[in-house]
Write a protein that binds this ligand. Structure first.
Ligand code: PMP
Length: 285
């Protein structure tokens, strides 16, 4: 099926949607993105994604070409047009097309905006949630502003390939001996009754799912520590898991070939996944 996508103010069949070869997203990775999940045909946490998008744009002094109301309307129209029940909406905004120059172009250059959907039937009932994921550790070689959600995704992409080559599902990145995050998700361990995840800083993306999951965990009287943890601490944990808009809460059962806890998905991750899905659906729009 040909998807309907959105490009610079127009809805088009995907094979007719184009952007310029001079687009700064293409030439300089000068762009930001967001990914919003869809369950039951509704958007999860749309407001929080819109807030983070604005923050990413502000940090890069990039103009926002669309109001929050219009952005919501485009998301909803794409979900409707593509009949998405479970899936994802991707949004990318770049600084636009301008003659190649490292310096940013003037305000007369229109940012490029693109949105497209991915249908993912079974997203909420993923078999991976029952089985658990295997991760490997790799050095974190990304730039220093990981709090900005830019389209510079080559290193995470290389990390995924390294994981695949090692027969694993993903990679956790390590800096100065401490776990930063997964290639496209935030990382957590559980020791005793305490959930540990890295504190917010420029070193990690401020996950929208992370914020929601920590809020739900605290509401359920679970103990949460936001601090760095070492790879050794992770390997010695009772449980491990990740969060992201595309995986929700996903158990990790193996790190670098070492089984975590019992080697089976843990009860804390399972409970948080259940609470997250239930609560997020309630507020989906
Ligand atoms: N960290 C990184 C590096 C990511 O790419 C992502 C997902 N895009 C996340 C964390 C999770 O963020 P969110 O919960 O907003 O999807």
């Amino acid at each position: 099926m040909t998807r309907t996508v959105y490009v610079n103010g127009e809805y088009k069949p995907e094979n007719e949607a184009t952007v310029s070869i001079f687009d700064r997203g293409f030439l300089f990775a000068d762009g930001v993105y967001e990914v919003t999940s869809v369950l039951g045909g509704k958007l999860l946490d749309f407001d929080a994604h819109a807030v983070r998008l604005q923050r990413s744009l502000d940090e890069l002094e990039m103009r926002n070409p669309i109001s929050k109301e219009d952005l919501l309307e485009v998301h909803r129209e794409l979900v409707r047009a593509n009949n998405i029940q479970e899936g994802l909406v991707y949004l990318q905004i770049t600084r636009g097309a301008a003659d190649r120059d490292f310096a940013y172009p003037g305000d007369d250059v229109e940012p490029t905006i693109v949105l497209f959907t991915q249908s993912k039937p079974g997203l909420a009932n993923s078999p991976m949630a029952q089985k658990g994921m295997k991760v490997i550790s790799i050095e974190d070689q990304r730039w220093g502003r990981r709090d900005i959600k830019t389209v510079q995704l080559l290193y995470p992409s290389m990390g995924k390939m390294a994981a695949k080559a090692a027969g694993a599902d993903d990679a956790w990145m390590i800096e100065d001996g401490m776990v930063t995050e997964g290639t496209s998700n935030n990382a957590y361990i559980v020791k005793g009754d305490t959930i540990v995840t890295r504190h917010l800083s420029n070193e990690i993306l401020h996950g929208i799912t992370r914020a929601a999951v920590l809020r739900f965990a605290r509401e359920a009287q679970m103990k949460v520590e936001e601090r760095s943890f070492t790879l050794d601490e992770a390997k010695d944990a009772d449980e491990a898991f990740i969060t992201s808009a595309s995986t929700f809460v996903m158990p990790v059962v193996d790190i670098d070939g070492k089984a975590i806890g019992t080697g089976k998905p843990g009860s804390v991750a399972a409970r948080l996944r259940e609470i997250y899905l239930e609560e997020s659906l309630k507020s989906a729009i």
